[in-house]
Design a protein around this ligand. Structure first.
Ligand code: HEM
Length: 398
């Protein structure tokens, strides 16, 4: 079974359950046809992998596999010469992680919220008078990218160029290796421009930080942050919007004492995690995980979607998900997402801005998925609404 067959399945939860019934909490899979790896399906086992970097390392130099040159997995699994937190372990990871943690934890949330609201309003203005829209292509994808690139001080044109690269790096068409090179160039030019003229943004914070040794480390870290954010945010926004528009417990409800937007966002993190199959760790030594005998050099993918649905942690309680943070959708351990707060803020504003302004109705409840080996979101989310007579133009930046 290849990962993309799971994310592409009509009923992904059923496909994952079938795999678990056959193999238990750790199953052999193909990362792409002909490239073997393990998919960890149990909640406890995924946590063990995420927390034990001495055995399950992030550095791809521990991987035995040589990918064929035409493989689409290079950019995510074994890029050469990347100097950032994502592909580092231990002391080196902590050094590269420090500026990221400090930048996100000291972000001005009022300013960030204003930036995100401006981006959302500007995008809604573009279709508000039309009476219909595709909430993926015209909204979720663009909001995620423009908001995050805006936090780093990129302008709208650069934001869209980066968005195209990120889609390709995550396996949605094109050539991921060329896309990574293009993104590096755009980001490094921006680092140089920010050095010449610093502003109040995350790029300027990174430049000031003494832990980075040079601009390459800053640029490579920004690329990871932008790519990590993009796929996760699109998927979380798309799934929450779909829940709000189709689930009778939420329909038409943005705020309220019961079953509001926060609940829909939590439920989505549990049931449709933004990254279904999280890449990757590499076994440093032979070991046993669940019932599987892992060999040093094996690749291990963390099945977040399966783990969140593990019957050993889930109950049938109707309110199980609301406010419950023990899902693995943000990761745990040293590589856990450093941007949970801004991520949540962004998704909430993106969904709220739309639903408060337009009386959305989904025009086609059938979903076609845009799958990659790692995640999936609906290819389109077509809606109709009462058109606005004139759209108020709001500046997309603060
Ligand atoms: C502002 C938006 C976001 C930014 C800038 C961001 C940034 C990052 C960065 C830099 C990492 C790498 C951390 C490391 O290797 O030490 C990361 C990891 C991760 N992020 Fe985020 N992220 C964002 C939003 C999200 C969202 C919305 C989710 C999902 C709900 C998410 C889930 C994850 C996960 C699962 C990991 C990997 C954990 C692991 O490998 O163990 N992120 N993120």
């Amino acid at each position: 079974m290849a990962l993309a067959d799971l994310t592409g399945a009509e009923d992904m939860a059923a496909a994952l359950r079938k795999l678990q019934d056959e193999w238990g909490p750790v199953a052999p899979v193909d990362l792409e046809p002909g490239v073997p790896g393990w998919l960890v399906l149990g909640h406890a086992e995924v946590m063990a992998v995420m927390r034990t970097e001495s055995v399950f390392a992030r550095d791809p130099r521990h991987w035995r596999e040589q990918l064929p040159p035409e493989s689409n997995l290079h950019a995510i699994l074994s890029p050469t010469g990347r100097r950032n937190l994502y592909f580092a372990d231990g002391v080196e990871h902590r050094r590269l992680r420090l500026p990221v943690d400090e930048a996100f934890s000291s972000m001005d949330e009022v300013r960030t919220a204003a930036l995100v609201r401006g981006v959302c309003d500007g995008l809604i203005d573009a279709f508000a008078t039309r009476g219909n829209a595709d909430l993926i292509g015209e909204y979720a994808a663009a909001v995620s990218f423009l908001a995050v690139s805006g936090m780093f001080g990129f302008d709208e044109g650069q934001g869209f160029a980066l968005l195209r690269c990120a889609m390709e790096i995550f396996g949605h068409g094109g050539d991921p290796v060329v896309a990574l090179e293009t993104m590096d160039r755009i980001v490094l030019d921006h680092v140089a421009a920010t050095r010449a003229q610093p502003g109040q943004n995350l790029t300027a914070r990174f430049i000031e930080h003494p832990a980075f040794e040079d601009d390459i480390e800053i640029g490579h870290t920004m690329v990871v942050a932008i790519c990590a954010a993009n796929e996760m945010l699109i998927t979380w926004i798309a799934a929450t919007l779909r829940r709000m528009l189709t689930d009778p417990r939420y329909t038409g409800r943005v705020t309220g004492v019961r079953r509001g937007l926060d609940d829909a966002m939590d439920e989505t993190l549990w049931r449709e995690p933004p990254v279904a199959n999280l890449p990757a760790r590499y076994a440093v030594t032979d070991c046993t995980l669940g019932q599987a005998h892992i060999k040093a050099g094996d690749a291990i993918v963390m099945g977040v979607a399966a783990a969140n649905n593990d019957p050993r942690v889930r109950t049938a309680d109707e309110l199980f998900e609301a406010g419950n943070q023990s899902h693995l959708s943000f990761g745990v351990g040293p590589h856990a997402c450093p941007a949970k707060r801004p991520g949540r803020l962004l998704v909430k504003i993106a969904v709220e801005s739309l639903m408060k302004r337009l009386d959305l109705r989904l025009t086609d409840p059938e979903v076609t998925w845009a799958p990659s080996p790692w995640s999936r979101y609906p290819a389109t989310l077509p809606v109709a609404f009462t058109p606005e007579r004139t759209a108020a133009r709001t500046p997309a930046r603060v």
